[in-house]
Structures are given as structure tokens and as C-alpha cells.
Design a protein around this ligand. Sequence first.
Ligand SMILES: [Zn+2]
Length: 298
Amino acid sequence: MTESHTGGPHAGLRLMAVHAHPDDESSKGAATSAKYAAEGHEVLVVTLTGGERGDILNAAMDRPGVKERMSEIRKEEMAAAAAALGVNQMWLGFVDSGLPEGDPRPPVPEGSFAAIDIEAPIEALVQVVREFRPHVMITYDEHGGYPHPDHIRDHEVSVAAFERAGDPQAHPEAGEPWTVSKLYYTHGFIRDRMVLFSDEFARNGEESPFAEWLSNWDPSRGDLMGRITTQIECAKYFPQRDDALRAHATQIDPNGVFFKVPLEWQQRLWPTEEFELARTRVHTSIPETDLFAGIEGR
Ligand SMILES: [Zn+2]
């Protein structure tokens, strides 16, 4: 096997990130994906649903014909985002459940990803794991990162696939067993990070876009930072992350909160993305700075 000249000490490993909707890969751990791809690893984003129930969240895209072509447009947006990150992407083909609103919340639509029996998506993902043979998988935590039924399902399906893919008794029709070494949760809503940026806005005499978010913070929840095991230095790839986000033009407002913090501040003040090592089958020591830490072979 040839050594990639861009590769680090273990170039040629495989990383799989499992996401609920097109655009989640660009808002959660995107710069990390771009970094590992650039360093000569194979990175595959698996998108569980087509994002069919996504609203148009960018006023500039709210024009005739867009809503009608939504699922086609979201495929084009996803392809552009994957190209920006330098990763491969595949669809699992389940149907977006939407975010049902109301108190109590109405049930998710019949036939949607969060409504169907969980065994079908688990088997589909086990098959993809056995084909791609990732060393590391990334998903959301048990709360889904944020409380969308598809995100919680993403967590459940990914954990089950991680557990079963290496088990020859499980899903014998879904390919040769492959044991994934590590499973991570991606964490974006880090309070310390928001505070740091808010302070920087204050120093510059500007209003913080996070003021409301921070004032609504429930301290009893504790900060996710306490769960972080692994920080990936990836500031160099923040521009690629932003390009990928902008590629999801129907979903991301280019004037929205994602783009309010100047890139230079982000790169200087918080140059990392945060992960929680949820399961490992290899020895590693915490804190980590590499998702592949402890993994030797290729
Ligand atoms: Zn989502």
C-alpha cells in the first residue's frame, strides 16, 4: 500500500459520520471530516433521510419553484457540500420525519424515519458498515444533539449498527462482519465557546448573537464540555466547513448566526471541534486529539 504524502502517521484509515438530514454533516463536525479527508483518510457521510420535510430557512431561496423541487434541490446542495468538504456521501433513503410542533407534540408522520420499525434502518446501516469498513463512526448523543426525532433515531440506529456489525450472528444477509473500533458523539453546543465569543463581541463593542441563547441557558443541565473526551484541531478547515454550509442554500441563511462570528476569531479563540468517545474497542488515553488514536492497522 502506498503512503499518501499528505498523510499523517496512520493515513488510509476510514471514518464514517452518520447524519439524519442533508446539512447536518456541515454543521456538526464538518471541519474534522474535511481535515481527515485532506490528510489521506477515507471519509464517508451517511445521510439517513432525504430532508424532504425541511422548510426553506433562507429568505433569499424562498421563491417560486423551490418548494416544489425541494428533494431534488437538497440532493444538489448535498453534492456541493460533500465536494466542499472533500468527502464521499451516500443516502440511506429514509423519509424525513420533520419537526412536529405543539404541546404535546403530535406524532411523527406515518412512514417517516422516526415512525417506522427501527430494524430496517439498523440492517441498512449494518450493511453499509460492512461494505465501507470504518475504523471510527460518529453519531449524535442520546438526546440527538438537539431534540429532533430523526436525530434521536440516528443515535439509536448508529449505536445498534456499531454493536452488531462485527457480530456474525447478526444480520447474516448484510455482508461479512466488520468490527468498528470506536464510536463518537459529536457535540456542537458548547457553552464555554459561546461565552468566549460573546466576550469578544463585548470587547469590540458589539452585541453578541448568542446573548439570548446564553440567557436561556439552564445551568442544571451542566455543560456538554464535561462530556468531551476529544478535541480535534481543525481551524484550517473552517473555510471549507463554511462553504459546505453555504452549499445548503435552502437551509442556511448566509446572514444567520452560523456566520456571525468572524472566521479569524473562531480560528484564534476556539480552533477545535468537540467529540465524546462513547464506545471503544481499542486502548486510548483521554483526553485525545485524534479520532484514530489507539488504532494501529489499516
Ligand atoms: Zn438534522
